[in-house]
Design a protein around this ligand. Structure first.
Ligand SMILES: Nc1ncnc2c1ncn2[C@@H]1O[C@H](COP(=O)(O)OP(=O)(O)OP(=O)(O)O)[C@@H](O)[C@H]1O
Length: 712
């Protein structure tokens, strides 16, 4: 078989190997030797090729050995050159021969040596974990080991004899051979694989024989590196979490040595991280929760420890178990000393919120200073001037005046105009709270102090700390409460009901009463020492009947207030209606005036309010009074009468009679005597009509005269 390419004859001949050992190293060496001879003699190039494989140069020993040709295998001998035919025939004959030995002893030695070397090299190449590719000076692959087969994904037989750059994508072995420059640690991607390669030129006696590449598939390694990076990131994130949680965290290894503590743990123990790390929990506390967890592998929850400074710590300790083995313990520690404090604070806030809620509901518009107190009459102005001065000092104030004269309004004004205005203003109506609850209301109680005391509760004095407490109706306090209040006034301290701890407060006290405290003191109903403690700055609020000239002002103020509350234009009074209001005696004072105006606005058709809109009892009183021509602010009271022809209900008359009698005589006893009733009946009626509070400590002599005249 032959052809002619570009004047060069190319021939191929089949040779069957007969040598018992196939083309082992010595035989291969002899063949290579023969090939050299023939190439020189015939001026040809000789090649060998396995059927279906690539041609390898006949003068290259390594590829010939690497082909692993056995006895009986077919080897194709090829030649290029003018004398190709003779060369192929001679070479094929030689390959098929039995390779007789000239000097058997020497040749056997050569054989052993050659074979030993070849086998060693072959074994190294075969068992190398790294891929090995060797090329000759023409870039033909001469060595392709099994690791290279595995990594590249094709057999050595398909590679040997082929040009590396043709079958290996991105091969640079030809470049390395040409440049004589090694390329080390180069990364390369082949398909889905990630390869790292060292490429080196093969040089001997300054002659380049080719190049070799040793390479490794690092795809798995890269995957592991990726996983490691993810684990590192996770570790950092966890570290951040551990460092920022408020619970103390401590980790110990299986020997008990502390390997990690977070900042919260450092705070809780009061020791530095350096002091803690390395300490052995078994030595620190052999029977402690951590030691037990490390020995048993069972978690211990809720272990309690007391610190020398009195703080209580609670710890949950869990074993760290990896693949069924205890590799350490982690304890999570909390300082529970904070809990009672927080509970206490919460209780205080709850009580404050409850109080404020009540207040919000109660007062639609809390006047922050005296601007809500309307009055230009001499007595009102006098009272306000004292109140304004009292606001500047922190002294205790006692406000006196009948019900509805604005005592609370003035107390509020004093608080908001004073230095404590940023603090709380706490109001307590001593008459509205049952005697048995008042102490707890004022001073608070401990949990379990009495049935129903399910939690500790701070009292109004605690709530008023830093501000003002307004004790309204102070004259209604029992003697025992008076004693307790005296202690607060003298020492600024008290104890909760059911508790022993002494609580100090910084509270300004403003008290108010409509009772005649001097008389009560004389009758030993009110402690004298308390009276003097309270009466540091007395303020007298005049009843409305003593400042009739303020009525138009007050009426305007209330009509505007009612109008704005109801979202409609404010109404006005005509002269007749105003005269009617000024002629009335106002036992309920400003509160009563406000209520009357509200009722008139509600019942009227709108526009100007006339005498017709006045309630009957006011109109009646006014008619009579006007008939008697009382001068405004004269201090004279309109007399009680039934002469007008307009009848009121019996209870209305009864109410007026009791009111007038009490005002004249000042006590149930005397009023009862005058009316021919027992003092008990008078008291019961007074309570029924809610006129208890209007018993004036200052008798209304003018009105008294008028009723006397009537009854005489
Ligand atoms: N001078 C005033 N100017 C404006 N409103 C007033 C004045 N006096 C009293 N009032 C109003 O009358 C009502 C009763 O006032 P306040 O509660 O201050 O009286 P008090 O003397 O404390 O009454 P009590 O003794 O019955 O508690 C409130 O609505 C208040 O705003």
């Amino acid at each position: 078989m032959g052809d002619k390419r570009g004047g060069v004859v190319s021939l191929q001949k089949q040779a069957v190997i007969t040598h018992a050992n196939g083309l082992h190293a010595r035989v291969a060496a002899m063949i290579v030797q023969k090939a050299y001879e023939l190439e020189h003699k015939r001026q040809v190039r000789l090649f060998f090729r396995q059927p279906g494989g690539a041609a390898v140069p006949a003068v290259a020993l390594m590829p010939l050995v690497a082909l692993r040709v056995k006895q009986g295998d077919v080897l194709l001998v090829e030649a290029e050159g003018l004398a190709a035919e003779q060369a192929v025939s001679e070479m094929a004959a030689f390959v098929e021969s039995d390779f007789p030995l000239a000097d058997a002893g020497i040749l056997s030695q050569v054989d052993t040596l050659l074979q030993g070397n070849a086998v060693t090299a072959g074994q190294i190449f075969v068992s190398m974990a790294n891929g090995l590719i060797v090329t000759d000076v023409h870039d033909n692959i001469t060595v392709f080991n099994p690791a290279a087969e595995r990594i590249m994904g094709f057999a050595a037989s398909a590679a040997i004899g082929r040009k590396a750059q043709e079958i290996i994508p991105g091969s640079r072995l030809h470049v390395v051979a040409q440049s004589r420059q090694a390329e080390l640690g180069c990364r390369q991607r082949i398909g889905s694989l990630s390869i790292i390669t060292n490429r080196t030129p093969l040089i001997a006696d300054d002659v380049v024989y080719g190049a070799m590449a040793i390479f490794e598939d690092i795809s798995a390694l890269e995957a592991v590196i990726g996983e490691l990076r993810a684990v590192k990131e996770l570790k950092e994130r966890l570290q951040l979490v551990l460092e920022s949680v408020q619970d103390g965290i401590c980790v110990a290894n299986p020997d008990g040595c502390i390997t990690y503590v977070n900042p919260a743990y450092v705070d809780l123990t009061g020791q530095s991280r350096e002091q803690l790390i390395g300490q052995n929990v078994r030595a620190l506390s052999p029977d402690g929760a951590r030691s037990r967890v490390l020995s048993s592998g069972q978690a211990v929850l809720g272990a309690i420890a007391a610190k020398p400074d009195g703080a209580t710590l609670i710890a949950n300790v869990s074993p760290i178990i990896v693949d069924g083995e205890i590799t350490g313990a982690v304890s999570v520690v909390k300082n529970v000393s904070e809990v009672p404090k927080l509970m206490h604070r919460l209780n205080q806030m709850a009580a404050k919120a409850e109080y404020l809620e009540q207040e919000l509901r109660r007062t639609q518009k809390p006047g922050p200073a005296f601007r809500n107190f309307i009055g230009r009459s001499g007595k009102a102005r006098e009272a306000l001037a004292i109140a304004a001065k009292a606001a500047d000092s922190g002294a205790t104030v006692l406000i006196r005046g009948e019900s509805g004269t604005g005592k609370e309004l003035v107390a509020e004004g004093i608080h908001y105009a004073g230095k404590r205005s940023a603090g709380p203003f706490i109001r307590v109506n001593c008459a509205a709270i049952p005697e048995n609850l008042l102490e707890s209301e004022l001073f608070g109680h401990e949990k379990g102090a009495f049935t129903g005391a399910i939690r500790q509760k701070p009292g109004k004095f605690s709530l008023a700390d830093g501000g003002t407490i307004f004790l309204d109706e102070i004259g209604e306090l029992s003697k025992s409460m008076q004693a307790k209040l005296l202690r607060v006034l003298q020492q600024r301290e008290f104890s909760r009901v059911g508790g022993e701890a002494v609580i100090k407060v910084n509270v300004r006290i403003i008290a108010a009463t409509s009772r005649n405290l001097e008389k009560m003191t004389r009758a030993e109903e009110f402690r004298e020492d308390l009276y003097y403690r309270l009466n540091v700055i007395p303020i007298m609020l005049p009843p409305l009947r003593e400042r009739l000239s303020d009525i138009p002002l007050l009426a305007d103020y209330f009509l505007a207030k009612i109008g704005s509350q109801e979202g409609r234009p404010s109404q006005s009074l005509n002269g007749e209606a105003l005269r009617g209001l000024m002629a009335y005696s106002w036992p309920g004072n400003v509160r009563e005036l406000e209520n009357v105006l509200e009722r008139m606005v509600t019942l009227s058709e709108g526009g100007v309010l006339t005498a017709e809109d006045l309630p009957v009892h006011i109109r009646t009183a006014a008619e009579v009074s006007l008939r008697h021509s009382p001068a405004p602010d004269s201090g004279l009271q309109p007399p009680f009468t039934v002469e007008t022809g307009e009848l009121q209900s019996w209870s209305e008359y009864e109410k007026q009679i009791i009111t007038l009698a009490l005002r004249k005589y000042g006590s149930y006893n005397a009023a009862g005597k005058a009316l021919g009733l027992t003092h008990k009946t008078v008291a019961a009626k007074a309570q029924k009509y809610g006129i208890e509070k209007v018993i004036s400590w200052k008798k209304s002599s003018a009105l008294g005269k008028s009723i006397n005249t009537k009854s005489n």
